[in-house]
Design a binder for this molecule. Structure first.
Ligand SMILES: [Zn+2]
Length: 388
């Protein structure tokens, strides 16, 4: 056991050394991308009780994908720079290309181990024995912060932006304009993940990246604890006058464009009553009224909410707490206009359900109990898509 561990450690060291030797400082944009050095040496911890689960089961929000993301940016070279690059054949790096493939295809630990055994027997003894070593999964223990009832890990906004290649698009933009996405994701084993994701406004072809992530048996109890690191970092970046980007650490102004969440997520991170509450409208102060068992809003708009009225608690019943919590501690954020309305919860979900209840004579319970009827209704409903 100890010997195995030592061998793995040796593999890890070898992988860093061999990668350094084989990596080209100026790879061609037309060649197959290789994992850059920071991927192998990246100090972000990977051994945790919850985050590895994400890596294996939710590749779209895993550290693996962050590696790919870095890889993508690190290879955004211009055609001019590619002229001095050696030919594709000369710089082909089996290990790096294999690592990229394994991550992109989401290959399991066991499959990768078996593949590596075959390749090593075929003469590629320079390859490591494990997936962790191949893709450079850091071995340090993750230092998470306890956020009841789970834990939170903060990758950091500036930390991630500083990993972009000095020739990436970030070096040439006037302002870093980000959309922030926050929502809950169910995981196996009755665990929930709540990632904080960022995407570049106006650069939709570039994958979103993780700023931080919470995992636990339920959603975080308190938005203030969940968002603490993110809020602290935003306030820090404001005080330093922007965010440092690329490996050259160029200071750029930073602005959050909008927060994108579904209705329950928005209510949670702004710490207000849910969208189905009497005072739940995020845009105006209209009070809903009960008609039978239904909560109904008038089609007349109430007094519009503003950032000032939100922060001054002019409608105290709308808020969960009278004190500023979570994102409200960032004074730059407009607590009303910077949060998009989620049409699914605000309209589609309720309306769709009512339509189905009306169409089916015995209500939704009957509808659920007959799979063939459900399929028939589903087909019919999909046929209406063209008219929506
Ligand atoms: Zn309203």
């Amino acid at each position: 056991m100890i010997r195995d561990n030592l061998e793995e450690m040796r593999d890890s060291t070898e992988s860093v050394e061999s990668h350094e030797m084989q990596s080209s400082p100026n790879p061609s944009p037309h060649s197959i991308p290789q994992l850059p050095n920071p991927i192998i040496q990246r100090p972000v911890p990977s051994v945790s009780q919850t985050v590895p689960q994400l890596m294996d089961e939710r590749d779209d929000i895993s550290v693996d994908n962050l590696y790919l993301l870095e890889n993508e940016y690190n290879y955004s070279y211009s055609d001019t720079e590619a002229e001095d690059v050696p030919s594709d054949e000369e710089q082909f790096d089996l290990k790096s290309n294999l690592a990229s493939l394994i991550v992109e295809e989401g290959c399991s630990v066991e499959f990768t181990r078996k593949l590596l055994v075959i390749l090593r027997k075929a003469g590629h003894e320079e390859l490591p024995r494990t997936r962790e070593t191949l893709i450079g999964t850091p071995r340090e223990k993750i230092r998470t912060r306890v956020v009841s009832p789970g834990e939170y890990y903060h990758f950091g906004l500036e930390n991630t932006l500083c990993k972009f290649n000095e020739n990436s698009f970030l070096a040439n933009i006037d302002i870093v304009l980000l959309n922030i996405g926050i929502d809950g994701v169910p995981l196996k084993g009755h665990q929930d993940a709540w990632p904080i994701l960022a995407s570049f406004c106006g650069h939709s072809s570039i994958s979103p990246f993780l700023i931080g992530i919470y995992t636990g048996p339920h959603k975080p109890k308190c938005c203030d604890a969940y968002l603490k690191d993110f809020v602290d970092e935003l306030n820090h970046l404001k005080s330093q006058g922007g965010v440092y980007v690329t490996t050259k650490k160029i200071l750029k102004p930073l602005k959050i464009n909008v927060f994108i969440c579904d209705a329950p997520g928005r209510a949670f991170i702004t710490n207000v009553k849910g969208h189905a509450g009497k005072l739940g409208c995020p845009k105006c102060e209209q009070v809903g009224t009960k008609v039978g068992t239904k909560l109904v809003y008038s089609n007349l708009c109430g007094q519009p909410r503003t950032n000032d009225s939100f922060r001054q608690r002019s409608d105290p019943g709308h808020h969960v707490s009278l004190n500023p919590m979570g994102l409200e501690k960032c004074l730059d954020i407009n607590m009303v206009t910077q949060f998009v309305i989620d049409p699914m919860h605000a309209c589609d979900l309720g309306v769709t359900k009512r339509i189905l209840e009306t169409i089916t004579t015995n209500g939704l319970a009957w509808f659920k109990s007959l799979p063939e009827e459900k399929q028939m209704m589903s087909t019919y409903y999909q046929s209406l898509c063209a008219f929506m």
